[in-house]
Design a protein around this ligand. Structure first.
Ligand code: MN
Length: 169
């Protein structure tokens, strides 16, 4: 866990029924969580769908391993990034308003980012947000190498999804 006075930031790469990246921001004693289907992009302005999912406990922040078939989240979890984050202003108010600007201080993702809630579609139960990198020195140009492909391994153990999966065999 981060030092006192800071807020934890995590991304867990989750090879479940469908691969996604669980993006987590500590707030109010829990990890606010979004499932980012295609994973984050460092290209400024590139929008990545981030579906709001259940809050997770802080004790889950550094989890990595294999969740058994039939259990919630069954599949391989790889700790893809970790660090701290800092909201612009009041984070609770910003989330309620559907627009949160923040700074990430991770090992892979850094700089300025934004989460924006999309207008709900009729009969849509899930709440969709967009995760977007802001233009700054940490942003990459369109067509630059994809951070997801460039740095696929765990920040905790250096393992790949396949290597973690092999431990459960
Ligand atoms: Mn997940």
């Amino acid at each position: 866990m981060p030092e006192p006075g800071t807020l934890a930031y995590r991304v867990q790469k989750h090879a479940a029924r469908r691969l996604h990246y669980d993006f987590r921001l500590e707030l109010g004693g829990v990890l606010k969580s979004w499932a980012v289907t295609r994973g984050p992009s460092l290209v400024a302005g590139e929008r990545r769908l981030a579906v709001a999912v259940a809050d997770h406990g802080l004790d889950y922040a550094d989890y990595e391993g294999v969740i058994a078939p039939g259990s919630y989240g069954a599949g391989v979890v790889l700790l893809w990034d970790r660090g701290t984050w800092e909201p612009d202003g009041d984070a609770e108010e910003a989330l309620a308003a559907g627009s949160l600007a923040f700074i990430l201080r991770g090992e892979k993702l850094t700089g300025r980012w934004r989460l924006m809630r999309m207008k709900p579609k009729p009969r849509e139960r899930r709440v969709s947000w967009l995760l977007v990198k802001a233009q700054d020195e940490a942003a990459r140009a369109a067509g630059a190498p994809d951070i997801l492909a460039e740095q696929p391994r765990s920040v905790l153990t250096g393992r790949t999804v396949e290597e973690i999966a092999a431990t459960a065999a």
